[in-house]
Design a protein around this ligand. Structure first.
Ligand code: ZN
Length: 179
């Protein structure tokens, strides 16, 4: 951070505020402490019968690869509302949420993913502005080599395993930086 977003001063340092235990961007002019915290990404694993819905990304990163509908949670909405909003924006899909399904921390990029599981309410779906294509895939049809993010692959692996038992417990995990 070069300029204070509170007062516009360029007297911003990166140092540990009194009483804190880690460095923050501190404004030497107005005294504002600019906290930067992890971001929450909300999404849905949408299914219909024995198929799940994936979106082919029309934007970077990972343009052209497949993902579950998901995106940054907005202020003023619940995580479930955000997940449904993303499903509509990216896949024009109407979904009834069953339950929270996957919680993943990705500490090296400061993100937390909340993925719900939800049934498509109808056959209607199609690409929103951030998708090139939206399609339903059976387990055998999933393009495993073309999934955009490790978290999405993990959620899909859990889903196909859980389908065989009919039980869908909450899955938690941590995605670590690839060494
Ligand atoms: Zn300031």
């Amino acid at each position: 951070m070069k300029y204070c977003s509170h007062c516009g001063s360029d007297a911003v340092s990166f140092s540990i505020p009194e009483g804190d235990d880690r460095p923050r961007h501190l404004c030497g002019s107005c005294g504002a402490i600019h906290y930067i915290n992890p971001r929450v990404i909300v999404g849905v694993l949408p299914y219909l019968g024995d198929r799940v819905l994936l979106c082919k990304r029309a934007i970077e990163p990972r343009l052209g690869l497949w993902t579950l509908p998901a995106g940054f949670m907005e202020n003023g909405e619940t995580s479930e509302q955000g997940a449904l909003r993303e499903s509509w924006e990216e896949a024009r899909a109407n979904i009834r949420v069953d339950d929270l399904y996957c919680v993943y921390d990705i500490p090296h990029i400061n993100q937390v993913y909340l993925i719900y599981r939800g049934e498509l309410l109808d056959q209607g779906h199609g690409p929103g502005p951030e998708s090139l294509e939206v399609e339903l895939f059976s387990e055998a049809e999933i393009p495993w080599q073309e999934i955009a993010f490790p978290i999405m692959s993990e959620a899909l692996v859990h889903y196909w395993a859980d389908r065989k038992t009919g039980q869908y417990p909450l899955h938690r995990g941590v995605i670590q930086r690839k060494l």
